[in-house]
Ligand binder design. Structure first.
Ligand code: UDX
Length: 464
């Protein structure tokens, strides 16, 4: 359901025109939501097919609520998308850089080449003073380098400035996180830029005021703004690996990590979110961000202080081998030095995306475990509500089916891996009638073990 927003009045002196460069999950969501907040917005991307799709009102990704908002704001005339960088340079007062910063091949550091291309390209086409604001997640020090790029490539004497404003949106909740963020963070290098950043965020604060909420604003320096994002993600990743380590201990000691997480989470100093033990974290952010942070800390001479992040990463990766072993145990197969031999075992594999309510499969633990099970010669039949297309392209060796019923038919083991609503609400008795054997690996820790056992299932959760 989209909560309709009345765009505030359009006072152009306090409503800068905005561009978002890079229309992936991040840039597209921002462009659409800022149009919804009443700003005039253009989204830029080099991918012509994607731009065409946006302009015809078709969101080329799965993100709840966003398709409706895209259509509405295209119709309002405040939103458009283009591949024409000159048009973008002429249009906007503030340009947000939202391109990807993936992990460099064979290294832990971030690949900044998309940022470089976007900034250089834009700078060359500018003809007036504007503000360029980084949103992409980057190693600390990048903003300074971006300013140098701008100084080198923008026409002389324009005085173009660089600012930074990290984002914290979670895929599957992206629209809410942009329109109603729990904080705004930005950095600038002058009074002029600071005022522009205030004006750019005014719409969010006005919406908050209407809804009787407060959104804290942290204005800081460039380096801190860059660090805030990676620090937040590293902290979240650490929390997840902590609870997954406790899951291992719980399994070894015969305890239940789900109850444990609930019990410690009531302490507000700890908090109950991001304490779900399972198959580990994935996605386009957490895994690469902790590696990039650790690599950058090393470059700056403080690598030792971040060694624990390498362990956070290892705990997370070990979830995958651990889960393969758990499936083998359920199937009654022993594991040798090369892992188990699962030939002849038909697995109904539920979930391929890195989390529910997205079609994003980047660094998806579920998909990686599916591939490992296939390498162990299992017959892996994958079903996912939205991620099938992306998963098929990435892991063609797996079998994919379009319905849950096809996946579970005659299965020897059911692996429920991603907590989509459709999986969390499975009924043990009805499901039991479709499978060959009542064995379930609950990688989501979403089921009541007693309930399933009562219906004759061999149930295995994670850390319980
Ligand atoms: C993350 C940050 O949450 C967000 O603030 C930032 O802007 C981008 O990176 P996202 O990658 O969309 O967002 O996913 P998130 O919801 O954080 O989940 C990351 C991974 O952790 C998923 O694989 C998820 O399944 C896993 N996870 C999350 C757990 O394993 N346990 C938990 O308790 C929570």
């Amino acid at each position: 359901m989209v909560n309709a927003i009345q765009p505030p009045s359009q006072n152009t002196t306090t409503r800068p025109r905005i561009s978002f460069l890079g229309c992936g999950y991040l840039g597209a969501t921002y462009a659409i939501c800022f149009a919804e907040l009443g700003y005039e917005v253009v989204g830029f991307d080099v991918d012509a097919a994607k731009i065409e799709s946006f302009n015809t009102g078709v969101l080329p990704m799965h993100e709840p609520g966003l398709p409706e908002l895209l259509k509405k704001n295209l119709e309002s005339g405040r939103l458009r998308f283009t591949t024409d960088v000159q048009a973008v340079a002429d249009f906007a007062d503030v340009h947000f850089i939202c391109v990807g910063t993936p992990q460099r091949k064979g290294e832990h550091g971030a690949d900044l080449s998309y940022i470089e291309t976007a900034v250089v390209n834009l700078s060359k086409h500018l003809s007036r003073k504007v503000l360029i604001v980084g949103k992409s997640t980057v190693p600390v020090g990048t903003a300074q380098w971006v300013q140098e790029l701008v100084d080198r490539h923008a026409p002389e004497g324009l005085g173009v400035e660089v600012g930074w404003s990290p984002e914290f949106l979670q895929e599957s909740n992206a629209m809410h996180d942009v329109l109603r963020p729990n904080r705004i963070v930005y950095a600038s290098q002058s009074e002029w830029a600071s005022q522009l950043l205030k004006d750019v965020h005014r719409g969010i604060l006005e919406l908050a005021a209407v809804e009787d909420r407060e959104v804290p604003v942290v204005e800081t320096d460039l380096a801190t703004a860059e660090l805030v994002k990676v620090a937040a993600n590293a902290f979240l990743a650490t929390k997840i690996s902590f609870i997954n380590a406790m899951a291992d201990l719980s399994e070894a000691a015969g305890a239940d990590v789900v109850d444990l997480a609930r019990a410690i989470g009531y302490d507000q100093r700890i908090g109950n979110r991001f304490l779900r033990a399972g198959i580990g974290f994935g996605g386009g952010c957490l895994p690469k961000d902790i590696r990039a942070l650790s690599a950058r800390a090393g470059e700056l001479g403080v690598g030792e202080s971040f060694r624990f992040l390498d362990e956070v990463d290892s705990v997370n990766t070990r979830r995958r081998t651990h889960t393969v072993r758990a499936v083998a145990d359920l199937a009654g197969r022993t594991s040798g030095p090369n892992g188990p031999d699962l030939s002849g075992v038909r697995i109904a594999y539920l979930g391929a995306t890195f989390k529910p309510d997205t079609d994003d499969i980047r660094d998806s633990p579920a998909l990686d475990i599916a591939r490992r099970l296939r390498s162990a010669r299992a017959d892996v039949v994958v079903y996912d509500p939205e991620g099938l297309e992306n998963a098929k392209a990435y892991a063609p060796e797996l079998s994919f089916v379009k319905t849950l019923a096809e996946a579970v038919a005659d299965a020897d083991v059911v692996c429920a891996m991603v907590p989509w609503e459709e999986f969390r609400t499975l009924d043990p008795e009805a499901l039991g009638r479709q499978v060959a054997e009542r064995r379930i690996l609950d990688g989501m820790n979403a089921f009541d073990p007693e309930q399933w056992r009562k219906h004759g299932w061999s149930y295995q959760g994670i850390g319980r």
